[in-house]
Design a protein around this ligand. Structure first.
Ligand code: HEM
Length: 405
């Protein structure tokens, strides 16, 4: 037996192969489960997919890896334009001392203490959106709740007028096409949305310069005014990134959570009976059905991991859904919001761990808690539509019907 196999690692030519580039391939498919049972990694057309929880946790903090989306535009044959220029300078693709400096400057805007001050606004928002349809006993959960909720949460957080939420949602959705396989085909639309989003955020920054408030954008503006603080370009890039990164993720994750609760009505009832389970509910939804089903890393040097040689430039997809359902850690655990669970990687990990995770976890917890207080017996009211079940996923529409408590 080779040293590699003693470390539980199959040689590359014996490792399972997953067609990860096929949009029709589900990250929950039996072949992914079979690959995970056989090996902690699989080969893919992109490079490697990491399938188990322990290895994902270790690789998220591995010093030989960097965030893997930095050359996304170039890979798609796009070398300039508003989206490519912005994406190439976002915090997500920044590494080293610059990344540490950016996180040090923005982290204070996302502390648990600050997020606690936002909870009443998230509660009021949930109630006001629900009021529009609750008495009808049905809604499209995405259009009537998840979309406007995610958009308004961002305006609350950033201290922007609530009326901007619809534009933010629209621009972010079009910009999001820039991270899809049709990037080049949709270039004019993507670049126009990026320019519009930059103009919208710049206008909000200009307002905050003269009329600061107690919001994230004001804190970023203040960080630009301090010595060695943010440059003006970093300020705008970060403002746009926060809005972009926070909207689609939150709407998709809310919808995926609701789809789980529809399949597991006893869990919805458990939450209604014990509202203190709200954060556990948000976490458990992310464990089983994360919207970001993988995070990308790239090897910056040749290195060996558990006996497997990984060459510089190799792309690794760390599969959060597969890690979150890994029987070695979760023991085939079903959806159970009352269970004590270990960490899941729906917010990534390591230096690029989601900046907005405390906001997102709490705003989703508020939404599930207050919705469960009024709604029961939730069931589908027509066919839902979903994005492909790989990459960034979630419902496009989720028609439901329910009874009132
Ligand atoms: C349910 C909602 C959300 C999910 C599932 C999510 C998920 C993620 C994940 C997986 C990453 C890490 C990517 C990587 O390691 O490669 C990330 C990064 C990031 N997220 Fe989130 N996110 C959510 C909401 C938010 C919100 C609300 C904000 C802002 C208010 C936000 C801002 C960011 C930023 C700025 C980064 C980049 C951090 C860095 O590179 O240092 N996210 N997010």
């Amino acid at each position: 037996m080779t040293r590699m196999m003693r470390q539980g690692t199959l040689p590359l030519d014996q490792a399972p192969f997953l067609m990860l580039s096929d949009p029709k391939m589900s990250v929950r498919a039996p072949e992914v489960r079979a690959a995970r049972a056989a090996s902690w990694y699989a080969r893919t057309p992109y490079g490697l997919a990491i399938l188990r929880h322990a290895e994902m946790g270790r690789l998220l903090i591995h010093p030989s890896l960097r965030q893997g989306s930095h050359n996304w535009a170039a890979l798609n044959g796009v070398h300039s334009g508003a989206f490519a220029d912005w994406w190439g300078k976002t915090i997500l693709v920044t590494e080293g001392a610059d990344h540490t400096r950016l996180r040090r400057l923005v982290n204070p805007a996302f502390t648990p203490k600050r997020v606690r001050t936002l909870m009443p606004a998230f509660e009021a928002l949930t109630e006001s959106l629900m009021a529009d349809w609750i008495d009808t006993g049905s809604c499209d959960f995405m259009a009537d709740f998840a979309d406007p909720y995610a958009g308004r949460v961002l305006t609350i957080l950033m201290g922007m007028p609530g009326g901007m939420a619809a534009d933010i949602l629209r621009f972010a959705a079009d910009m999001g096409l820039g991270l899809g396989v049709t990037y080049k085909d949709c270039l004019p639309r993507i670049d126009a949305a990026t320019e519009a989003m930059c103009a919208l955020v710049q206008a909000a920054i200009d307002v905050r310069r003269t009329a600061p408030g107690d919001d994230v954008l004001s804190l970023l503006v203040a960080a630009a005014q301090q010595q060695n603080g943010l440059t003006e370009e970093e300020l705008l890039n970060l403002g746009v990134m926060i809005v972009f990164a926070g909207v689609d993720t939150t709407r998709n994750q809310l919808g995926l959570g609701m789809s789980l609760f529809i399949e597991h009505p006893t869990q919805w009832e458990a939450l209604a009976a014990n509202p203190g389970l709200d954060l556990a509910a948000a976490n458990e939804c992310m464990r089983l059905r994360p919207t970001i089903t993988w995070v990308t890393r790239e090897a910056v040097e040749d290195f060996e991991f558990q006996g497997l040689p990984i060459a510089k430039g190799t792309t690794l997809h760390l599969m959060s859904e597969s890690a979150g359902t890994d029987p070695k850690v979760f023991d085939n655990a079903p959806f159970d919001i009352t269970a004590r669970r270990g960490i899941n990687y729906g917010f990534g990990g390591g230096i690029h761990v989601c900046l907005g995770r405390i906001v997102a976890r709490n705003d989703m917890a508020v939404a599930y808690r207050l919705l469960s207080r009024r709604m029961t017996n939730i069931r589908p009211a027509g066919a839902p539509a979903y994005l492909p079940d790989s990459g960034n996923t979630g419902p496009i529409c989720l028609p439901i019907t329910f009874d009132l408590r």
